[in-house]
Design a protein around this ligand. Sequence first.
Ligand code: AMP
Length: 514
Amino acid sequence: MQSSSYLSNALVSLLANHLSDYPDTTLIRFTNGEAPITRAAFFSTCERYCAFFQNSGLKQGDRIVVQTPKSLDSLCLYVATIMAGGIYIPLNPDFTDTEVSYYLNDSQPTIFICMLDRTNTLLQIARESNVRHIYSLGVDKSGSFYEHINSQNYEFTSVAERHEEDIAAILYTSGTTGRPKGAMIPHRALGSNASTLCKQWKFSKEDVLIHALPVFHTHGLFVATNVALVSGAEMLFMDKFDTEKVIQAMPSATSLMGVPTFYTRLLQHPDLSSAAQNMRLFVSGSAPLLAQTHEEWTKKTGHAILERYGMTEANMITSNPYDGIRKAGTVGMPLDGITVRITSEETKEEVAEGEVGSLEMKGPNLFTGYWQNPKKTAAEFRSDGYFISGDLACRDEDGYISIVGREKDLIISGGFNIYPKEIETVLDELTGVSESAVVGVPHADFGEAVIAVIVTQQEDELSQSDVANYVSSQLVNYKRPKHVAFVSSLPRNSMGKVQKNLLRDQFKTLFESD
Ligand code: AMP
């Protein structure tokens, strides 16, 4: 392994510096039987991948799109891209070919690493998007990526010189206009957020973090992974969340980061109380954690879940305190160095304590803007540099913030964000549909479920299965409606806007018994 000298560059220099701190300690343990990997071994793999990328002609600021199932390689490719001076763009492995095509066209990557079993179609799609290098990656170290990596000894020389404001990653986030937009995340935001979270949540090399989150989203890729990398903690890596596996892992772990669905499912397990004895920290975020879940958890385990709030564009923003009261139903206070204000929609002035307003923030955690979309970027910032989150919030007398609603009509199902407009656009393309409205309704397991309300051009023209078949060819499973209702017209207000609140009310008990 190289000395840490090259690691003082701005990349997530922190991240790399700390990797070289404890070379012989385990960085990742797996629950699928794979051999554990030390920090030194992980880092040397990243160096080899980095050398390969640089050898392929990757220039600073070039994009690398990666669509692979969660694996050790997902993390190596992330760190290697950053070391090579590239911009990392992870895609959900479940994205359909149509979706992948959109991301490739939008981000124009130099390199696309795709799943081996989808190579045939994705090769074609990537060529149509003029991607220069396309490599396949299979489980069991197969695919053209490995053939290249193993074809010669790629000697790592140095990490690319990067400035704090250089972009490290682009994460796509869906918009109300339907099309996902790429949030450009600079090195500064990742570095500052990782060190702040390590400090405030007291992560150290004594920790073992259960990592059961996907690694194409800010929560699993940045919050969980960067915190472990920077603090020296070990990760107990799971392909996906599995109640039984998490329960089994707890006695040899110290911490878990999850979405509320993890916690509601774990609460059903008879061994939760005993399994959780040695744990020191349970963190929840990405969607609202019900106060009831928080209370039940404390009763069963003796631990108060630490709820935090964040978003793709701003990493982590607020957190309940490590020491001190973790208030159920709140997301705590702004993290060190971050300022949050809650403003009135009308006056744009800060609202009084207890009043609901629009949550805005400023700090080193913020993204730079939307990829190739200066107009959208400008629309989301106030003139004094505050970013408008789109969330509605209020602050109590102790300074704790509660997220009370979403200005943008976002649906959060199983921790995934779903913007109705994207689904409505797909539905409206279907022959026979005259218009559609998509809303989220309460669901015991997923938090919210997607419901589609469709007005057809002629009665009985479409069946549930017509809609389901079309939607499955266009959208990843979590975005597909769990129920489709055919109606003769949509409720509208006097301004012609669809009254989604009425639809939510109409269907709110649909999944009550689930
Ligand atoms: P994403 O960009 O996918 O991370 O989603 C960000 C959005 O998730 C935020 O704007 C919030 O609406 C929501 N969110 C994240 N954390 C919480 C939380 N603890 N409570 C309520 N909503 C949350």
